[in-house]
Write a protein that binds this ligand. Sequence first.
Ligand code: XMP
Length: 513
Amino acid sequence: MSHQTVIILDFGGQYNQLIARRVRECGVYCEVRPYTTPLADLRAMNPIGIIFTGGPNSVYLETSPRVDPEIFTWGVPILGICYGCQLMAHALGGRVVAATEDSAREYGKTETYFDTACRLFKGLPAQGITWMSHGDYMEKVPQGFALTARSDACPNVAIADEARGFYGVQYHPEVNHTQHGTDMIRNFLYEVCGAAGDWSMSGYKETAIRRLRERIGAGKVLLALSGGVDSSVAAALLAEAVGKQLTCVFVDHGLMRLNEGDEVESAFAPWDINFVRVDAEHRFLVRLAGEAEPERKRKIIGEEFIRVFEEEARKVGAVDFLAQGTIYPDVIESGAGDAAVIKSHHNVGGLPDCVDFKEIVEPLRLLFKDEVRALGRELGLPEYLVSRQPFPGPGLAIRIIGDVTKEKADTLREADFIFREEISKAGIDKNLNQYFAVLTNTRSVGVMGDGRTYDYTLALRAVTTADFMTADWARIPYEVLDRISIRIVNEVQGINRIVYDITSKPPATIEWE
Ligand code: XMP
């Protein structure tokens, strides 16, 4: 299927994929291309519009990224954002200088006044907050351009040459802090570029499948499937694209939630792929026996996982491609430098050095989480897989405080299942971003049926969070907590006391280990 295309020309800004995401949200297909892409290649894409992104440079430096001025002669509308705006101004005869006065440098939320006669701001309020991040200043705007937005500090926050369809904004319309920012991008697409809105997730799916087929050819692909949203969606996409050439290896380490292994397996039953479920519970439990230290537990699981995976990879043999469910936030986070290690996350992503693969395939690399979920739905994955909460790679091992045994894992599985069932019966599952039970290693005295008990304390954890970096404990209604507590102590042997974790992150973390 062919669709209209917008090119996002990348000058190294940090929000470039966010711009792409906004364009997709507006129902328009787009591709991010480096600014060094030859003009002929860009032209061959037959774009209906081009967006110049921000970037860390100053346009007046000799070494800064440039565009071939011919791009301005095509008759294709251009929206320049931040550096992109200054670049356009500079290239078309304006003058950009370093802001000497502090007042002309703008960072953060800025009250801005718009000329709503400009097509970019059509139908939007004449005043609102924009998110600025620029140290340079357009001292002189190019001929043919009008000033279409200003702030208290700066008279030329936005410029427009309506006749040629050139627009520039000094702020970032793509970030959430800019009020109506997406509407401005939508106006550019629909009012200026004449977008038809002919793109949807099903279009993305088709394009992604076609590209995977082109890239993989007749090669073999191996994917470590954890049952989480990302690897499941990657698996479904690859299954559609290359069918039997794909082998999904699902390592069941025996520390999954109740029924989870079966659910994952049955979700992939409709596809004609090679699905290998490795029952590795015993070997994981043997290696974990007697280990109580959280970091050691994580390391052991990570290592053992790789070992099992490698064994399976060798059995499949001659695999050309290793597929991973990396999504865009992972790409950003992995560039985060040397932040302190709070927990060494075991992720099936970091696989493995020792098995030879020619290439890594990451078909979700440019998508945000909610887009991945939408793609999963489009591919026909069941809702419980697509909308599931995150589940850590080491599984219940980091929710069993102290040493891990099969008995403890079974106890926790049952209790955790009841907790999740009651949350969903109460209809509050959509309000919680993550919720689970933790088996503490504290035992206490209780009384049941006139007899003394000396059993484990179970902790319930439920949080709300946007990004899992910070989180607040969820205010679950007392009646719901009461029902959960009664059911668990009655139905699960070995637990006689329930506590609810009322700590936010920070200072706590979401998981207990
Ligand atoms: P914390 O406990 O660090 O967790 O606040 C933040 C989020 O990360 C998940 N988590 C993990 N995910 N491997 C994963 O794939 C891990 O080792 C791991 N440890 C924590 C956690 O469930 C929460 O969503």
